[in-house]
Design a protein around this ligand. Structure first.
Ligand code: PMP
Ligand code: GLU
Length: 396
């Protein structure tokens, strides 16, 4: 007989050990404060403030009106898989064919599927700290153990290749890479990526290359996909991408992964059982963006660059040091000299309370001296946030 719906839930170990997304929770708290009437500057979530491109919106409307909103193949629409493969070949120099592509509900979903297809209980996955908090939880959820490789001295918030090589052990199954990086904005150079690729091949590992910020690179930085280096490395690399960031389509929930066909097939099988197939309407909207690069993208990228410069200068003027933000849309200053004994979480809570500026403590990314500021906001709001931050730090 079922008991009353009270008391401690009888959950699986998997569910009880999972931490919910801190970035989404903080962003939701900030949105609640705003709904209650506070003038909140929400720099907590990595979500572009732009609308989706016109062609994506038109394609979504047309899809709804077409009467074709039905199940699609588990790996996604053939036309979208072909478009994604072509974009990877043309823009990133890979050799992916459509059968390498599995369209997923989001990049997050693609990452989670990739891990489910890759790891066994007891395996370890190297995470290059600081790292987006969802990686840890996704690795654990898939049954493996996340192992952080600490950043090297130098302030750029990235481990060097010797530290990565030293962290590889008998249980290491793979490495997760995110360049451009959330949270640091670091963009890996070709030399660094080639060295990382050598570690992967030397030890028969897999590389999950999360390239969701690929087009958001500035200051002459170039995004390079390690899957373009050699057929050997391509066979051990799973590229992940999505529409959320570059096309400002967070709510459409659509992305893909690209892998050697046997791995792609395994992921499609998982998807066929877990969710059936990705959403038809969002697939059509994404396809419109990949087939014909929307003109809005160039102006979004230019806007992010101007915002990046504004925030980097503003934080520098406040005496803060930060890794040079050359990609994605985050600034990640070291604020430890302003902490009390509650560290970054205390500072972020006080900043939200006193000045209604929402940020994310570096603890979420394994970098407790830092605080993440998303600059996916208008220059006017960013200027206001910097003004409030200056007042806040001056009062501590
Ligand atoms: N990877 C990184 C590094 C991210 O910052 C995000 C942001 N949510 C994602 C993947 C997932 O994006 P989405 O699930 O919205 O496609
Ligand atoms: N990637 C975004 C961020 O880091 C979205 C949050 C999430 O999906 O957890 O803010």
């Amino acid at each position: 007989m079922l008991g009353p719906m009270t008391g401690a839930p009888d959950l699986s170990q998997r569910a009880s050990s999972l931490a919910p997304s801190a970035t989404l929770a903080l962003a939701a708290a900030a949105k609640e404060m705003a709904a209650a009437g506070r003038d909140v500057v929400n720099m907590a979530v990595g979500e572009p403030d732009f609308d989706a491109p016109g062609s994506a919106r038109e394609a979504a409307h047309a899809a709804v009106d077409s009467g074709q909103v039905k199940y699609t193949p588990a790996a996604g629409l053939a036309s979208l898989r072909a478009a994604a493969a072509r974009v990877l070949r043309e823009e990133r120099g890979t050799t992916h064919e459509p059968e390498s592509i599995v369209v997923c509900h989001s990049a997050k979903h693609a990452l989670s599927h990739a891990l489910l297809a890759l790891v066994n209980p007891g395996d370890e996955v190297l995470l290059l700290a600081p790292v987006w908090g969802s990686y840890d939880e996704q690795v654990k959820f898939a049954g493996a153990k996340p192992v952080h490789v600490a950043p090297s001295p130098g302030g750029q918030c990235v481990p060097d290749i010797d530290a990565i090589r030293a962290a590889v052990g008998p249980k290491t199954r793979g490495i997760m890479l995110n360049s451009p990086s959330n949270p640091s904005g670091y963009v890996w150079s070709e030399g660094e990526l080639r060295a990382l690729g050598e570690v992967v091949l030397e030890h028969d590992l897999w590389l999950i290359s999360d390239e969701i910020y690929a087009r958001l690179v500035f200051d002459g930085a170039r995004h390079i996909s390690p899957a373009s280096f050699s057929p050997e490395l391509a066979a051990r690399t799973i590229v992940v991408d999505g529409a959320s960031k570059v096309f400002a389509m967070t709510g459409y929930r659509i992305g893909f992964l690209a892998a050697a066909p046997p791995m792609a097939k395994a992921v499609a099988s998982i998807q066929s059982q877990v969710s059936g197939c990705p959403n038809y309407v969002s697939q059509k909207a994404y396809e419109a963006c990949l087939v014909e690069d929307p003109p809005e993208v160039a102006s979004m990228i230019a806007a992010f660059d101007a915002r990046r410069r504004l925030v980097a200068k503003g934080l520098g003027d406040l005496g803060l040091t930060l890794p040079e933000p050359r990609g994605a849309f985050y600034a990640f200053p070291d604020l430890s000299s302003h902490f009390d004994d509650r560290g970054a979480p205390g500072l972020c809570a006080d900043l939200l309370e006193a000045e209604a500026v929402a940020t994310v403590p570096g603890d979420v990314f394994g970098a407790p001296d830092h605080v993440r500021f998303s600059y996916a906001l208008s220059e006017e709001r960013l200027t206001e946030a910097l003004r409030r931050l200056g007042r806040f730090l001056g009062s501590r």
